[in-house]
Design a protein around this ligand. Sequence first.
Ligand code: BEZ
Length: 254
Amino acid sequence: MAERLTDEQTWNSEGYAQHARFVSDLAGEIVVWLAPVRGERILDVGCGDGALTEKLAALGCDMVGVDPSQSFVDASRARGLDARFGDARNLPFDGEFDAVFSNAVLHWVREPEPAARSMRRALKPGGRLAAEFGGHGNVAAIVTALRAAALLHGGDTELAAPWFYPTPDEYAAILRDAGFTVERIGLYARPTPLPTGIEGWLMTFRKPFFDQFEGAVREKALADVVALLRPALCDTHGQWHADYVRLRVLARAV
Ligand code: BEZ
């Protein structure tokens, strides 16, 4: 087995735009749950390259974006947005937002309790949290194929899934403990077309898994993952879908 490499996900705003633009394009339902109102001050936690933050700003909302990737903060600022470098677990805001919004981010935060408390603290009393992220069962086929490839090639199965995919009950309890009342929460299967196929997805979101292998083993591990997934996730026209399951939640600061 190659020496264990870092599990750290790194972000590159250009690669993200090429392989993962669908993330912001498909956020319509959680924006409906947010129900943004012109003039509201809204914090976008994990704003990424700002594509969605910009759409909310265009509706007349006073947006602030926060992201732990400097590449994404720079990309958001290039759109003219107020984007700050920061971590969901330790947001530097106290009682100043009408709403906290987050799309496709909170599954990366493996310490959900401090993140929930930090988002709660950022809200005015009665303010709302509208969030969507990977829920229980998200990308289950992809994770299983990665684990199988790790076992086949003497790799580390832990590198297959560095994510937090809670059930609604589990996440609702975390939010209540942090001072929210939960108004709506549920899991929604959303098979998601992948514009650059499964390899584009794997290299955008799980490169650290493949980087644990070297040379020909790396190539073989990737080929094995693709072959294992093809029957489940690639249709007869060659279109790949990721087996996304979204957890959506609307909660209010008490
Ligand atoms: C998701 O949005 O569910 C997701 C994105 C990247 C990696 C894993 C999950």
